[in-house]
Design a protein around this ligand. Sequence first.
Ligand code: FMN
Length: 498
Amino acid sequence: MLDTSFIMEIVQVFTYLFVFALGAILLGIFIFFVIDKFQTKHAIRHNYPVIGRFRYWFEEMGIFFRQYFFAMDREELPFNRAVRSWIYRAAKNIDNTTAFGSTRDLRQPGTILFANCPYPTLGVDAAEVTAVTIGQNCENPYITTSLFNISGMSYGAISKPAVLALSNGARMAGCWMNTGEGGLSDYHLQGGADIVFQIGTAKFGVRDEHGSLSVDKLKSIAQHSQIKMFEIKLSQGAKPGKGGILPGIKVTQEIANIRGIKVGHDSISPNRHVEVTDEDTLLDMINFVRDSTGKPTGIKAVIGAYGWIDSLCKTIKKRGIDSAPDFITIDSADGGSGAAPMSLIDYMGLPLRESLPLVVNILHKHKHKLNDRIKIIASGKMVTPADVAWALCTGADFITSARGFMFSLGCIQALQCNKNTCPTGITTHNKKLQSGLDATLKAVRVKNYINNMVTEVGVIAHSCGVHEPRQLQRFHARMVVDNGNSLPLDEIYNFNKS
Ligand SMILES: Cc1cc2nc3c(=O)[nH]c(=O)nc-3n(C[C@H](O)[C@H](O)[C@H](O)COP(=O)(O)O)c2cc1C
C-alpha cells in the first residue's frame, strides 16, 4: 500500500519548489525591469524594459535560423549552401551528383558557362595534368602538377589541429600549402607537404631585431627541403592596404614566440613592406629573397589601380627578364580573412573576375615571354570545379583557396574567425573547441577535397573536348552578358590566352 502522507509530502515539496521558482523568476524580471528602466545607454531596453533584451538574443540566433531554415540554397554570402554542400560531400568522398535539374539561374548576367564539344574526350584519351615549372632560372626551381593548392592562413589565424590537418592532407594529395604571414610552425612541417613560405609586411619568422629582412633567417628557412617557394605579400583581398590583424585574444605564448611579439597583444602588421615603395624596390626585394634562398620568389597582391602591373613589366624589361617575380598570386577583392575592417572587406580592390583577365592580358601584351616567365596563381572564392576551370580558361596556371579548405575541415561559416570562439575549432586556440577537430580524420577530408576537385575539373575539360585541364582556353568558357545571351571569354576579354 502506498503511504498517502508520503505522497502529500512530495506534492508539498514540489509546490514549495514551484512557488520558489516562480518567485525567483518574478524577482529576476523585476530586477531587470528596474535596471533597464534606469539605464540610458540602450534606448530599446529603456523604452521596453525586459522585453527589449530579447532583441539582442534574436539578432544573434537569427544568423543560425536563417542559415538552417530560411535561406535558399543559392542565397547566402559569402558562400551559399549549394557550394558548401558540394565541398562537404567532396571532402567526405560521398556521392556528389544532383537530381532533377539545376537550381542555378543560368540567365543572370555574369553567369559562367562552358562550351561543350560535340566530341568529348573519352576516358581512355584523358591525360594527366601536366607539370609546370615555377622559377625556371632559379637554383631550385619548383616543378609541380598540382592545380589546386592551399592559400595562406597563418598559424595564429587558424589552430594547431587545422594546420596539422591541412599539411597532412596536402602531402597526401600532392599539393602545396602556404604558411600565411605568421611564420613557419612545426605543425606546417610535420605534415610533410610542399610549403610556400609567406613573407608578410611584419616579416614574421624572417626579421632581424630592427624589423628588417634577415638573410640568415631567410637562409635557414630555405634550408628545409619542404620549403619550395617564397611569397612576398603586398596585399590580400579582404583588406588591401591594411596589414595583417591577429586579435590579442588569439596571441598565445607559442604564437608570440614564433612571431616575436608579446602574448595577448594585438598583432598588427604594417600596411606595406617599408622598403618597397615602387616597382624598382619591389624587384629589389624579390631578387634579394631569391638570391638569398635560391628558391622561386613571387608576390601576392590584390589588383586595384592596375597601372603598376604595366609599369612593373616595363621595369622588368629594363632590368632584364631574370629580375621578374617567378609568380604573381592575384587575390580577389572578395577574399577571406581572419579579421578585417568592413570598409575594406566590402569595398576595396577588384574582384578576380575582373583582375585575372586584366593581369593575364597585360603580361601577354609585354612580349619577351613575360607571360611564360611569370606564373599566375588565382585566388578568391575558387572553391568549386567550375570556378577552377574558369580560372584556367582565363589564364591562371594554379589556383589556391583558403575558405574552400576551411569547409573541408568542417567550417560552418559561423563568421567568428576574429573572436577565438570558432565552434568547429578551426580558428580558435580554445582547447575545448579544438577537441572536436580530429586532425587525422580531417587530413583525409582535405585530401579527398583536392582529389575530387581535380577529377571534376577534368570532367569539365573532357566535356570541352580537351585532354586535361591545362589545355582549357578562353573560348571554352562563356559569360552571360545580357538577356540571358552569352559570349565567349576570348571575345569579352579581347583575346585568347595563348
Ligand atoms: C582565416 C584566414 C586567414 C588568412 N590569413 C592570410 C594570411 O596570413 N596571409 C594572406 O596572404 N592571406 C590570408 N588569408 C587570405 C587567403 O589566403 C585567401 O587569399 C583569400 O581568403 C581568398 O581565398 P578564398 O576565397 O578561397 O578564401 C586568410 C584567409 C582566412 C580565411
